[in-house]
Ligand binder design. Structure first.
Ligand SMILES: [Zn+2]
Length: 457
């Protein structure tokens, strides 16, 4: 039972593995602040040294921004690309940290031992779970698990400006059978999760113009049209009483969830009241007849993100404004074409404008939803492997937001991506006092060992 030997090795070597992670966490690789460019280089160098020592053919690759780290190993089996990022978010407000963000340490808490420090979870702790699994494998088997490409980015937290260019320029080297992305979390405390659907998005900025100048409401009020009234009337009709978006064609090509997927989500025990209670709410505001998880993961939204116009400063000014503005965005799901959704929205909006009012729209920005093809065998192999490690079986879940890297792997390299990770909801990513549970790190390493054993066997 070589898997047992690898798992035993991981258990025995947990302390030095934590020690290596703490070393990496001490490097303040904040990508968005140019003052830390040297530290980003140092974090990349640290990874290259560690991977070379492990037997990977590893190198640092310069970009116009921070460097990438790319490493390869040879062997039998499907070619896997593993992605993570070594850069971290800024740490302010610093005074809210209980310990210095770049002096990481183990800390006992009422909920168990945690690794405290910036990047502990996002994403240094997560990426090291895979590296440590490879290390234990090598210690037991004498060689790395198989044909693996490691791809570590240093600009994820600052918009990935070099990523697309780098992927295009190095497509031959980076393309594998499947990509593994370790930058997401568990569903609750005990249920590992594989994200198989990501929502897309379209954004629009609208300006409605009425009179050609701001007017005095004493002189013009009653006879002149007010563009704020026009804008809010139209946008007020975006949803019907059932919570459905009223734009024609909005739901046209959206497939219904399979019964199996619906049942799996129902079994997750998601509590709408707990989820909403945490933000001071109690009543789900989405489409009637849909579960809370459907509302977040598999149904589209239309949201007004901001409205401005007229006078909003101190005191009062009885202005009848010339213009009114709004920012509107749509979270999109499988089947929805961002171009079509945007065109339908504009037509719907313009059709409701009164005479004397006009609307201009920004250049829309959008991306379609990402749906993973779970027919690749690695999905079920990974699901079984994760289920063996954790108290609850692994679930295929959705993600209400978008994770651009998954779309890039698909669009640029033609690879599906399996997104999983061992973060917890209370990890405080991007916030003061970020942590990673020691258990997440330990069981994360064991999880990857199981996945590698299943995939490479
Ligand atoms: Zn991240």
């Amino acid at each position: 039972m070589s898997l047992d030997a690898v798992l035993a090795r991981i258990d025995a070597d947990l302390e030095p593995a934590v020690g290596r992670l703490l070393e990496l966490l001490r490097i303040p690789s904040i990508s968005t602040d140019p003052a830390y460019a040297g530290d980003c280089q140092e974090a990349a160098d640290w990874l290259v040294r560690d991977l070379q020592a492990l037997g990977f053919d590893a190198s640092k690759r310069e970009t116009p921004g921070h460097p990438m780290v790319v490493a390869h190993s040879k062997g039998e089996g499907p070619h896997i690309l593993f992605y993570g990022h070594y850069d971290v978010q800024p740490v302010d407000p610093l005074d809210l940290w209980h310990t210095p963000p770049f002096e990481p340490a183990l800390e006992e808490t009422p909920r168990g031992t945690v690794i405290r420090g910036r990047g502990a979870s996002d994403d240094k702790g997560q990426l090291m779970t895979f590296v440590e699994a490879c290390r234990a494998w090598k210690a037991v088997h004498g060689e790395l698990p198989g044909p693996i490409t490691l791809f570590f980015e240093g600009e994820e937290e600052s918009g990935s400006p070099s990523l697309v260019r780098f992927m295009k320029d190095n497509a031959g080297e980076l393309t594998a059978d499947i990509a593994l992305i370790c930058d997401t979390g568990m569903f609750g405390e005990e249920t590992p999760a594989i994200v198989t659907r990501l929502r897309g998005m379209v954004r629009e900025e609208i300006t409605v113009t009425g009179p050609d100048k701001d007017l005095h409401s004493g002189m013009y009020g009653g006879i002149a049209v007010n563009p704020i009234r026009v804008l809010t009337r139209i946008l007020g009709g975006l949803h019907d009483a059932e919570g459905r978006v009223t734009i024609p064609g909005f739901y046209d090509d959206i497939p219904e969830l399979s019964n199996a997927q619906k049942a799996e989500w129902d079994d997750l025990g998601f509590s709408e009241s707990e989820f909403l209670g945490a933000v001071g709410l109690s009543v789900p505001a989405g489409e009637k007849g849909r579960s809370g998880l459907e509302m977040i993961w598999s149904r589209p939204t239309a949201e007004i993100n901001g409205i401005s116009g007229g006078y909003t400063g101190a005191g009062f000014k009885t202005v009848l404004p010339s213009k009114a503005h709004a920012k509107v965005s749509f979270r999109l799901v499988e089947g929805q074409d961002p171009v079509k959704i945007d065109a339908n929205f504009r037509a719907w909006f313009e059709a409701q404008l009164p005479e004397d009012c006009s609307a201009t729209f920004s250049d829309p920005e959008g991306a379609a939803a990402g749906i993973m093809d779970t027919s690749h065998p690695v999905f079920e192999q990974a699901r079984a492997a994760l289920s063996d490690e954790w108290p609850q079986d692994a679930a295929y879940i959705g993600c209400g937001g978008s994770i651009p890297i998954a779309a890039y792997f698909k669009d640029i390299l033609g690879m599906d991506a399996l997104l999983t990770g061992f973060g917890k909801d209370d990890d405080a990513l991007h916030s003061p006092n970020e942590k990673y549970d020691l258990e997440s790190f330990h069981k994360g390493i064991r999880s990857w060992a199981r996945v590698l054993d299943a995939v490479m066997r």
